[in-house]
Design a protein around this ligand. Structure first.
Ligand code: BDR
Ligand code: CA
Length: 318
């Protein structure tokens, strides 16, 4: 049986690749997609999501608009990373499909509660929609298999020295989600930054004959300059798509169940604190305040080549 999932996205160059992979992989059943402000403003996220579904030749599936901004912070679109329209240099034709008129929270609630088996929530964006869902309809947690999220880091950050973008954009939402006690799997920067497609492959795709290959080549080839002084560099990262790959090839990653917190104050705001200490048996976790920390399955290492190959194979681009 394919894994039933609801995707939460802020499309976004790498969310676009994640959507392409999810709707094309036979082991995954995308029940619907909820959109949230993040990489781009919400209306653009919705539009990009609909366009990329068309490009994927995806079946009709519900797409809903959610939160226009984080719980406390103002929206802070990452135009410097994802370009002015959120998809880098890629320009796709106007969408032939439309979003549903219900809100993301209502759509997620219906999709999860109506499904005969537990559903996996795959969160690839700031977790505002998830927090609102779990606060509005806590009973939804009862039919969630787990939450797989791209976010956080057990080492360095990207939005700040220590905070990853999705967590930093809405730290309160991430804290609410972690506190919900739904089993969680963290696909953070430690692995996100290690799954890439070679430059020559991306160039060949972008300039090849396959329409989907041209889309993927353009997304992979999108160059990011982190500051004005820096030269834009090719990374070839498949980004959020790696988190979706982990659903169907979990053995490509090494994970550990670790206590995790989201820092809400000061310079560390948005940082995921991951307790990596190896405490001997019987030694108290007293310094870690165990009741306030959530045990999360954290991906720490990945066979990047293996996931990049899975990504290209699934899209028929290998
Ligand atoms: C995450 O932030 C966004 O820019 C990407 O889409 C990804 O979900 C990486 O920090
Ligand atoms: Ca994203």
């Amino acid at each position: 049986m394919p894994i039933p999932i609801v995707l939460d996205v802020d499309t976004g160059v790498d969310d676009a690749m994640a959507i392409l992979f999810a709707v094309r992989h036979p082991g995954i059943d995308v029940l619907g997609i909820s959109c949230v402000a993040g990489n781009a403003p919400l209306p653009q996220v919705v539009d990009n999501t609909l366009r990329i579904l068309d490009a994927a030749g995806a079946p009709d599936l519900p797409v809903a608009a959610g939160a226009v901004r984080p719980l406390l912070e103002p929206p802070r679109a990452a135009r410097h990373v994802h370009g002015p329209a959120g998809l880098g240099d890629l320009v796709l034709p106007p969408a032939r499909r439309e979003a549903v008129s219900t809100s993301a929270v209502e759509l997620m609630r219906r999709l999860v509660l109506e499904h005969p088996t537990p559903v996996t929530l795959v969160a690839l964006a700031p977790q505002t929609n998830l927090a609102l869902l779990l606060r509005t309809y806590p009973e939804v947690a009862g039919n969630l298999e787990r939450i797989v999220f791209m976010g956080g880091s057990a080492s360095v950050g990207n939005a700040t020295a220590v905070a990853e973008f999705n967590m930093w954009h809405d730290p309160e939402a991430a804290a609410i989600v972690l506190d919900s006690n739904v089993p969680a799997y963290m696909y953070g920067l430690d692995v996100f930054n290690r799954v890439a497609v070679d430059h020559e492959v991306a160039v060949a795709l972008e300039h090849g004959d396959d329409p989907l290959g041209r889309v993927v080549g353009s997304l992979l080839g999108h160059r990011v300059a982190l500051s004005e002084d820096e030269r834009a560099e090719y990374t070839g990262l498949i980004g959020d798509a790696g988190a979706v790959c982990s659903l169907v090839d979990p053995l490509a990653l090494r994970t550990e169940v670790r206590p995790v917190r989201v820092e809400l104050a000061g310079y560390g705001r948005g940082q995921t604190l991951v307790d990596l200490r190896r405490l001997s048996r019987g030694e108290s976790m007293v310094q870690a305040h165990p009741d306030e920390w959530t045990r999360v399955e954290v991906a720490l290492e990945v066979d990047g080549e293996r996931l990049a190959r899975l990504f290209l194979d699934t899209l028929g681009l290998a």
